[in-house]
Design a protein around this ligand. Structure first.
Ligand code: FAD
Length: 417
């Protein structure tokens, strides 16, 4: 057992990032207090596609993407949706997003994504060990499927970025593909397999199991909405909650897409966008999906989970507070049937969640410059489920004054100023 440290660390946010950070801090002997206005692992961390890839290194913004955006946005069933009333507020972010995809930025972003993701499967297995829920993680391929028999071009930028980073890839033909995934439609003729990954059979249940582990290691939890944070004269932090004030020796912001709102009153302005995604879980699907499947045309992921086949994806931009538009989720009925002709889509449960997305697809990690004892751990965009355990490890090291074995420059909270 590590020596108990006298300082109490408070984490705002009990999503997968906050929970993994709590575990790493507890391992170091900190007293940890977790605060969330909801129950743990109910946000984006509940409904994601469950892909845990040590190899994710391709950001959302890449050169030439702008050519596809109008087509995708105007198609009511396309992978991107924009509420037109939100256009004006959205424009500054999208300009930064397109700039971030400049070819010169990509090696740095790819390396930074890689560094955060590489140990994720091992770290999850270590965290889950002894919880009784080890079986919620399965070894998996990531099967990127194409309709064209010649559709796979490994010289295309995304595949090249992976090859340059030694991602274990294999191109398979129609026969091999259908042996791996018999439920797939015969319309799919080729695929690229990314090997050596894992997938979650229930991402929310993994979050809850790890949360219970954190409580069993001594963490405390309060279900409260934090309205504001402010520094005190002695270097600690005050939290103004819906139920009075609390203090924290050290404070970690892991509030996902809502994190920037907590920092704005301190004069820290961040281009953190609410990138909303949807899923449908088809219960009683009558088919099994053996791996995580990425439909490269429909731009969504399908995976068999505990409750059924989950199809997840869509990037909807409507702001943090807009109500869900479940027409986006209903699209998955048609997409799922295209992918798996024998799937039963009669019994689908729809869900919407909010990715915390920065223009460069990287999170903010580390102590905020000029704000001692305040740490960022948010903004993991499409990759937060995979990046969470290493984020937790890094933030815990920074809180305890250690130097992590990773270049932290790409994740600086100040990089947008
Ligand atoms: C459709 C979809 C599919 C995805 N698929 C994948 C995938 O396959 N693999 C992958 O790696 N990632 C995936 N992601 C991304 C991933 O889910 C997110 O990056 C990750 O869950 C973010 O975790 P988080 O803990 O930062 O945020 P969240 O899970 O949103 O947690 C933030 C928490 O902070 C709390 N909070 C916020 N503000 C306050 C406040 N003021 N006071 C108190 N509490 C507060 C919220 O209640 C919430 O519980 C997907 C996302 C979506 C939407």
């Amino acid at each position: 057992m590590p020596k108990i440290k006298p300082e109490r660390v408070t984490i705002i946010g009990a999503g997968i990032v906050g929970i993994c950070t709590a575990l790493s801090l507890l391992e170091k002997g900190y007293a940890v207090n977790i605060i969330d206005r909801d129950r743990p692992a109910e946000g984006a961390s509940h409904g994601n596609a469950g892909v845990i890839s040590p190899w994710s290194c391709v950001p959302q913004s890449t050169p030439g993407l702008w050519k596809d955006i109008p087509k995708w946005t105007l198609d009511p069933e396309g992978p991107i949706a924009l509420r037109w009333g939100y256009l004006f507020k959205f424009m500054p972010w999208v300009i930064k997003f397109l700039r971030a995809g400049n070819i010169e930025n990509l090696p740095m972003i790819g390396d930074a994504m890689s560094a955060l993701n590489r140990p994720n499967v091992d770290l999850y297995r270590r965290h889950l060990d002894g919880t009784g829920h080890e079986d919620l993680l399965r070894d998996s391929l990531y099967v990127h499927v194409y309709k064209s028999p010649t559709g796979v071009n490994l010289n295309q930028l995304g595949w090249r970025m992976r090859t340059e980073r030694d991602v274990p890839l294999q191109v398979v033909n129609e026969g091999e593909l259908h042996e791996i995934e018999p439920a797939l439609s015969p319309d799919y003729k080729s695929a690229v397999l990314i090997k050596g990954q894992a997938r979650a059979l229930n991402p929310g249940a993994i979050g809850k199991a790890l949360f219970e582990k954190a409580l069993s290691m001594g963490a405390t939890y309060k279900q409260l909405a934090v309205k504001q944070i402010s520094p005190t004269e002695n270097g600690s932090w005050r939290l103004h909650t819906e139920n009075g004030e609390m203090s924290a020796d050290k404070l970690v912001i892991a509030a996902g897409a809502w994190s920037a709102r907590l920092l704005a009153p301190l004069g820290i302005k961040l281009p953190l966008e609410a990138e909303r995604g949807y899923h449908v879980v088809f219960k009683d699907p009558n088919i099994t999906v053996n791996n995580s499947i990425m439909d490269t045309e429909g731009k969504f992921v399908a995976s068999s989970m505990q409750a059924g086949v989950r199809c997840a994806g869509t990037a909807e931009f409507a702001g943090l507070d807009a109500p869900p538009d479940y027409r986006r989720a209903k699209v998955f009925k048609r997409l799922a049937t295209n992918l798996f002709p024998n799937i039963n889509v009669d019994n689908g449960i729809e869900w919407m969640g909010t990715r915390p997305s920065f223009p460069d697809s990287l999170p903010c990690l580390g102590e905020v410059v000029g704000q001692p004892n305040l740490f960022s751990a948010f903004g993991h965009s499409h990759y937060g489920f995979g990046m969470a355990p290493n984020t937790g490890r890094i933030v815990a090291e920074l809180v305890s004054g250690q130097t992590p074995n990773i270049d932290l420059q790409p994740y600086r909270t100040e990089r947008f100023q």
